[in-house]
Design a binder for this molecule. Structure first.
Ligand code: TUI
Length: 315
């Protein structure tokens, strides 16, 4: 499975690891890169020094390419970008906004830029700005979500742009990969599946909450704030629902979420923490090394394609 994405990024398989705030650390990124995909360190809301250390750590753990995910709503976004320039990070993905104003400088140092786009309009705009590819992320994903599903977003973005499209949201096994390629994607971004890996440093409770999740457990809260977020249902999401039903202010709703992702990731508070995960959580049933996850994804892809061929009489 070689696509333009493999050539652009210098990777073996067209699999990118999702940039998950607090979750996508140097350890996880290096493990995915060592497995033949593109590992990604998520800057999230972290300050520049944290990111610089993580980039250095990842360089110690792998000699393969890896990237950084920039969350554009971060209060530290400008200093995070400075680290990316100084460290000459080879590829960045962006989320939760339009990275337009950073593109020229990034291109001048050869950094590849792959923004997440939740719409055709932003995909076209980004192509015009000269980005290298786009990630069409459906609302099935965990964390901050757009409106459209992967199934409808990916083919419309594919038809609208000439640069490669990476599908994201709801992909956790080989069937999802083949589906994404059927829609015209040339790569996939996978988050929740890699969260349940041996190398991922999140608290064990968090991984077990994902493994225990059923099909309808990853719900969206915070729609009224303009920043809807998908997490596993728990006491915190019930509290969010109550606040939203009572038409609480955006400030009150946002305050309820403060520090809750850190509490889930670092302290294992899966009851009142923000357990961000995608809708595919219900499909994930084990924790294993990233290399095994990637090998399984790639090996089973051939079986899925063979099954499709057999349905169509092998033609
Ligand atoms: O960014 C993500 N997922 C995230 S970010 C995050 S941290 C956070 N926590 C609370 C509120 C907000 C952020 C947790 N998970 N995925 C990529 C993504 N990007 N999803 C949606 C978008 C997006 C939305 C609007 C990208 C661009 C965009 O453009 C608006 C514009 O300015 O044109």
């Amino acid at each position: 499975m070689k696509t333009r994405i493999c050539d652009i990024l210098g990777i073996e398989y067209p699999i990118l690891q999702g940039g998950m705030a607090w979750v996508s650390t140097a350890e996880l990124a290096a493990a995915v890169s060592n497995g033949g995909g593109l590992g990604i360190i998520a800057a999230g809301n972290a300050p520049a020094d944290w990111l610089r250390n993580q980039v250095k750590k990842a360089r110690e753990l792998t000699d393969k390419p890896f990237g950084v995910n920039v969350m554009l709503l971060s209060p530290f976004v400008d200093e995070v970008m400075d680290v990316i320039y100084e460290e000459k990070v080879s590829v960045i993905t962006t989320g939760a906004g339009n990275p337009g104003k950073y593109i020229e400088k990034l291109k001048s140092i050869g950094t590849k830029i792959i923004p997440v786009v939740p719409s055709v309009a932003l995909a076209k705009k980004m192509e015009k700005c000269g980005v290298d590819a786009v990630i069409a992320e459906g609302t099935e994903s965990g964390g901050h979500v757009g409106e459209l599903t992967t199934m409808v977003l990916v083919p419309q973005v594919v038809d609208a742009v000439n640069i490669p499209v990476i599908a994201a949201g709801g992909i956790g096994d080989s069937r999802g990969i083949v589906a994404a390629f059927s829609l015209g994607a040339e790569g996939v971004q996978i988050g929740t599946r890699f969260l349940c890996s041996t190398e991922c440093t999140v608290h064990e409770n968090y991984k077990m909450a994902v493994i225990g999740a059923k099909d309808r457990d990853a719900v969206v809260t915070g729609r009224s704030t303009g920043h809807p977020v998908r997490t596993l249902k728990n006491k915190l999401t019930k509290e969010f629902d109550k606040l939203e039903e009572s038409k609480a202010s955006v400030e009150d709703i946002e305050n309820l979420g403060k520090g809750r992702l850190q509490a889930a990731v670092c302290d294992g508070d899966v009851v009142f923490g923000s357990v961000m995960a995608g809708q595919i959580a219900g499909l994930i049933g084990d924790i294993k090394p990233c290399k095994e996850i990637i090998d399984e994804l790639m090996n089973n892809t051939c079986d899925v394609i063979d099954r499709i061929k057999s349905i169509y009489g092998g033609h």
